[in-house]
Design a protein around this ligand. Structure first.
Ligand code: NAX
Length: 326
């Protein structure tokens, strides 16, 4: 008897959704033996477009794809969901204040958290992609008191994968030879891509590259890669974001190859990150749950960078508290 999984994708008619759905339906996310039921959630104005994507999904004749439902009702979309990818979010419009952006997203992620609480499977896994991803995950989790907080995560896997690619290019090796990279903090320009414990083919990367390259090129390039992509493509990252979401859920459910990866998870106070903040950490998937890798040495160079990004997360949390969103 094959396994079946219900996967809910919000913002399914958007550009990430279009890059994501076909790979999920092909089995890239949950493996070659798990059948997938897709539930696509969109705003009313985009339901028709999502239905168009559903027609194309039909036309792929994917053997693992059981069904596709399209809806604008969160209760329906999350009913029995095993995995939820929260991609749909409110982008920052010209002239929009930061508080307006947080408020607009609060009105999306609060009700979706509530719908997950009331309708999703008990062991739901939630990955928030829509920005500001960490704080949107915090808001959703706050509205789902019956779901363990560790079931809510924010995506920093794209940042992690960007770091792997930069290191592999610099060292002339394969991304699969690199291990021990960490993205810390917020999925924003303050994030800290950390090579302290990273190795390439078993050799410490810190001994293979100049510290100046790390500070002047690697860290800023990874942290600002989103902007570089927008400038080159004329649109924000889509296929790479979808690919990272696939990687993240794949490893969460099935386990990964590397010693660890990076994900935004609810802090348990590790590494001085205040409890309850959704911050990126080195994490590994143990028996289907993320564990923050314990006991890593954090040199001063890293400490100040982690603290700076965490400070930004605290400010975001303070803002959404003030707005009454959590
Ligand atoms: P698009 O604008 O192409 O698509 C977003 C879709 O979400 C639209 O179809 C819209 O109708 C839908 N939507 C809006 N509100 C909704 C709601 N309440 N319920 C359901 N659907 C809703 O954006 P896209 O390029 O796909 O990006 C989606 C989000 O991912 C953005 O917030 C973006 O900033 C974020 N990103 C996050 C990344 C990460 O690493 N965490 C990287 C890529 C991306 O920038």
């Amino acid at each position: 008897e094959p396994q079946k999984s219900t996967v809910t994708i919000t913002g399914a008619a958007g550009q990430i959704g279009y890059a994501l759905l076909f790979r999920i339906a092909s089995g890239a996310m949950l493996g070659p033996t798990t059948r997938v039921r897709l539930r696509l959630l969109e705003i009313p104005a985009a339901v028709h477009a999502a239905e168009g994507t559903a027609l194309e999904l039909d036309d792929c004749a994917f053997p693992l794809l059981d069904s596709i439902d399209v809806t604008d009702r969160a209760e329906e979309a999350f009913d029995g969901a095993d995995v939820a990818l929260l991609v749909g979010a409110r982008p920052r419009a010209a002239g929009m204040e930061r508080a307006d952006l947080l408020a607009a997203n609060g009105s999306i992620f609060g009700p979706q958290g509530r719908a997950i609480n009331d309708h999703a499977a008990d062991d739901i896994r939630v990955l928030v992609v829509g920005n500001p991803a960490n704080t949107n995950a915090l808001i959703a989790a706050a509205h789902a008191p019956d779901v363990p907080a560790e079931r809510f995560t924010a995506m920093t896997r794209l940042d992690h994968n960007r770091g792997l690619a930069q290191l592999a290019a610099k060292l002339g090796c394969r991304t699969s030879e690199i291990d021990g990279l960490t993205i810390w903090g917020n999925h924003s320009a303050t994030q800290y891509p950390d090579i302290t414990h990273a190795t390439a083919g078993g050799q410490p990367i810190a001994s293979l590259v100049e510290q100046e390259w790390v500070e002047q090129e690697f860290i800023p390039r990874v942290a600002r890669r989103g902007t570089e992509i927008i400038e080159a493509r004329g649109a924000s990252s889509a296929a790479s974001a979808a690919s990272a979401a696939i990687d993240q859920v794949h490893d969460w459910v099935l386990g990964g190859d590397a010693s660890w990866t990076s994900a935004g998870v609810v802090s348990d106070g590790s590494y001085g990150v205040p409890k309850g903040l959704v911050s990126s950490f080195p994490v590994r998937s143990i028996e289907g749950g993320w564990e923050i890798v314990p006991g890593l040495e954090v040199p001063e160079f890293s400490k100040v960078r982690i603290e700076a990004s965490v400070k930004e997360l605290e400010q975001e949390r303070e803002s959404v508290r003030t707005l009454g969103l959590i």
